[in-house]
Design a protein. Structure first.
Length: 64
């Protein structure tokens, strides 16, 4: 059987933690930062975990 190809876009966006969860960055921190408050930008800088309902799908796409 042929191997499944890795989705490079998904691989670039998520990182697998030691416990097997997926870590992601939050959208909205690249441009148009002048109108966003410092508090909002600070919270956007922190990483979050991917929702449990989507972890299985993304892991398959990543080939993990």
């Amino acid at each position: 059987m042929p191997k499944m190809k890795t989705r490079k876009a998904v691989k670039a966006r998520f990182k697998v933690t030691a416990s097997g969860k997926l870590k992601r960055t939050r959208p909205g921190r690249r441009h148009i930062l002048t109108k966003k408050s410092a508090n909002r930008k600070r919270h956007l800088a922190k990483a979050r975990l991917v929702d449990e309902g989507q972890v299985k799908m993304y892991k398959i796409m990543m080939g993990v």
